[in-house]
Design a protein around this ligand. Sequence first.
Ligand SMILES: [Zn+2]
Length: 85
Amino acid sequence: MTYIYDGVELEERTCPHCNEALSPWIAPPESGWGIIVVCNNNECPHFAGSDKEIINKRDDSNLGCRYAENPDNKYSSFNLLAWCK
Ligand SMILES: [Zn+2]
């Protein structure tokens, strides 16, 4: 299944860690990405367990890694550094 977001055709993808649907997100221009799809589930085990894996992370920085895929690169997965709320 595919859908159109901001004029771009995207596959309906789900997070392999929590099975939530991935949400499209327009990346900042400086990132070099176009539209990416991201797991926005704060309960996602990938996101919840990521805070200990960030090298040089400060305890008060509240950074985590969300699961994301890049449609421009055959939906290859990567870690999107994001703020924990
Ligand atoms: Zn997830």
